[in-house]
Design a protein around this ligand. Sequence first.
Ligand SMILES: C[S@@+](CC[C@H](N)C(=O)[O-])C[C@H]1O[C@@H](n2cnc3c(N)ncnc32)[C@H](O)[C@@H]1O
Length: 396
Amino acid sequence: MKLNATRCDSLPILNNTALLNQRTLAQHIARKITSAGGWLSFARYMELALYTPGVGYYTGGSIKFGHSPKDGSDFITAPELSPLFAQAFAKPIAEILNATSTHHVVELGAGTGKFAAGLLRALDTLGVRCLRYTIIELSGELRARQHKYIAKAAQQFSSCVEWVDALPNRVDGVIIGNEVLDAMPVRLFARQDGLWHERGVTVADTCHFTFAHRPLDTIDMPPELAYVHGHHNYVTETHEAASQFVYTVCAALSCGAALFVDYGFPAAEYYHPQRTEGTLMCHYRHRTHGNPFLYLGLQDITAHVQFSAIEQAAHDAGANLLGYTSQSNFLMNAGITDLLAQLDPADPARFLPEANAIHKILSEAEMGELFKVIAFCRGFDAELGAFEVGDRSHML
Ligand SMILES: C[S@@+](CC[C@H](N)C(=O)[O-])C[C@H]1O[C@@H](n2cnc3c(N)ncnc32)[C@H](O)[C@@H]1O
């Protein structure tokens, strides 16, 4: 995510390889739009832009994760910011594995592999045996990066790590996804002059796209739009893909828990009358803007997560809510500041970067409040210490 990102008025110039990939993907999407009769839902466009094999943003070769535009990256996530993030998650994950006598962790969309390597090492330090670590990764390029990183940083555990394309039918253990739900396609809706439309995508001219609206009658109306009071012009999203995904994850859970970390809000806050422009956002070289037609296949397209819908999907799949709170509350309860305190302040070269990263992860003004942790359980019932102070389940 999306730290250090600044709104941009001048975006970087593309090189020839980037231009070629962009053109290939644009031609592919243009053909899809034409064969669909000239209009595609935004969700389908977003899926194609992010996940078309070889040229989509997540399935192509761009660097994505990193600290600055200079390293060719677009954004940074918490596991990349500090190893203490994965270490702090080890405590609640160990609690669940112990309570369920299970030894399996499944990570959804594992980025560069830093979270996996850090978690495996930290579980071992806590004396908890993870016998199987399954990574579900859609991108072959990221899989290769994860493999290389884990082999180097957690060599002694790499034999228990496996990569699969899809969730196993049954999981006994823990499933975790950091910033995975925000990367799932969303549908867009616009209310104009009091009437709702679905905002889709059409071809403007060869390989250039533009928004096109289709009127919604009340039968097509997603129930979430009922939250949006008033008649003023309004743009927002619904999250069918993320809900379906969480349903599948929770349905696969036999005995254990699923944890999701992401930026977002419950429905009442998400569909607040003043949030008139929705949350769709694009990230390229640590700059943010709102145009999903720029930098096709080269920029991330993301939307905030609507946690009430996520809770409903998990409930429909038969899972129980374990807790919902801010990232800051969750990590403080899990002891992240104690982990920081174990570092020696007399060694500023090591201590200061970590302290700075933890500040970003916990600060209300940065990731601490916008990011939430939500967790569900099935087949066992227990309370998780990481939700002890500041649980906000009542807000969903
Ligand atoms: C913003 S990245 C986060 C990566 C990593 N978890 C981190 O925190 O650095 C989003 C990830 O979600 C993955 N993803 C999206 N849809 C997915 C799905 N259906 N199953 C598994 N991973 C998915 C993407 O491929 C990408 O690796």
